[in-house]
Write a protein of this length. Structure first.
Ligand SMILES: Nc1nc2c(c(=O)[nH]1)N[C@H]1C(S)=C(S)[C@@H](COP(=O)(O)O)O[C@H]1N2
Ligand SMILES: [Mo]
Length: 250
C-alpha cells in the first residue's frame, strides 16, 4: 500500500496496477484506508450499538444479538473516498485535502443488517437509505482499519458517510453537528478558498455537501510513463485499453 499522510493517521491506497489486476472484488489488504484518527482496539464481546433519539424503544444491542435477532443481507458495494484523484485536482488548484491517487476506490462483498429492519419505530422512513454492516468480507470479520466490529454501508454514497466503529445511531430531524460532518466532503465554487470559507461560514451552507457519488472514470492502461511501441514497418500489435468507472446512481 502507498501511505499518503505519514504514519498516523493511516491513510493508504493500493498501487493502481495492483488494484486493477484483481478486477471487481478488491482483496482486503488492497482496500483503501481512510482514517481521521487512531483505530479503536475493539472487542466483539464488549461492543454495543446504541439506538436512540426519535425511536419508540431506545436501547443497546450487543454484536451477538445483532447477528442472532436480525435477518442479514450480503451485497457487493463499491466504496469511494470523495477525495479519490484529488492529487490531479490539487495540481490544477490546491485544496486543503491531501493527495489521493486514483485508488481510493475498492469493492467488497459486505454482509450486515439493513437498518430499515429496525425501522418500524422510525418516523417518516427515516434512515431507510442506510444499512449497517456487521461483518464478512470474503467470509472474514471486518478488519480493524475498515471498522471492526461494526460499520455503516450506504450503496451509492461517498465513503465519508459510512461511519466505521459504529457505536450509536441517533434518529433525529436535525443535521449532525459533528466537526467532520461540516468540515469534510464539501465542494465549494472555485472562488471560495479556505480563508473565505471560514470568514463567510461556507461550511454551514447545505447546498455544498457531497453525498452521492459523482460519475467518474479512469483509464488505467496505458498508465503514466508507459511507453507504447509503434511499429510502422510490420503490422501493429493490438493494445488493450483498460480502466474503471463508477457512479452513485443505480
Ligand atoms: N469512525 C470513522 N468512520 C469513518 C472515517 C473515520 O475517519 N472514522 N472515515 C470516513 C471516510 S472519509 C471514508 S472514505 C471511509 C473509508 O473507509 P475504509 O477505510 O474502510 O476504506 O470511512 C469513513 N468512515
Ligand atoms: Mo473519504
Amino acid at each position: 500500500m502507498v501511505r499518503l499522510t505519514g504514519k498516523h493517521p493511516f491513510n493508504a491506497e493500493a498501487p493502481l496496477a495492483r488494484l486493477m489486476r484483481h478486477g471487481f472484488i478488491t482483496p482486503v489488504p488492497l482496500h483503501y484506508v481512510r482514517n481521521h484518527g487512531l483505530v479503536p482496539r475493539a472487542s466483539w464481546q464488549h461492543w454495543t450499538i446504541e439506538v436512540t433519539g426519535l425511536v419508540k424503544r431506545p436501547g443497546k444491542l450487543t454484536m451477538n444479538r445483532l447477528v442472532a435477532d436480525f435477518p442479514s443481507r450480503e451485497l457487493p458495494v463499491t466504496l469511494v473516498c470523495a477525495g479519490n484523484r484529488r492529487k490531479e485536482q490539487n495540481l490544477v488548484k490546491q485544496s486543503i485535502g491531501f493527495n489521493w491517487g486514483p485508488s481510493a476506490v475498492s469493492t467488497s462483498i459486505w454482509r450486515g443488517v439493513p437498518l430499515r429492519d429496525g425501522a418500524e419505530d422510525l418516523p417518516g422512513g427515516g434512515g431507510s437509505k442506510y444499512g449497517t454492516s456487521i461483518n464478512k468480507e470474503n467470509g472474514e470479520l471486518l478488519a480493524p482499519d475498515h471498522g471492526f466490529p461494526l460499520r455503516v454501508i450506504i450503496p451509492g454514497y461517498i465513503g465519508g458517510r459510512m461511519v466505521k466503529w459504529l457505536r450509536r445511531i441517533i434518529v433525529t430531524t436535525k443535521e449532525s453537528d459533528n466537526y467532520y460532518h461540516y468540515r469534510d466532503n464539501k465542494v465549494f465554487p472555485s472562488h471560495v478558498d479556505p480563508e473565505l470559507a471560514n470568514a463567510e461560514a461556507w461550511w454551514y451552507k447545505p447546498e455544498y455537501i457531497v453525498n452521492e457519488l459523482n460519475i467518474n472514470s479512469v483509464i488505467t492502461t496505458p498508465s503514466h510513463e508507459e511507453i507504447l511501441p509503434i511499429n510502422a514497418s510490420t503490422s501493429q500489435r493490438p493494445y488493450t485499453l483498460r480502466g474503471y468507472a463508477y457512479s452513485g446512481k443505480f
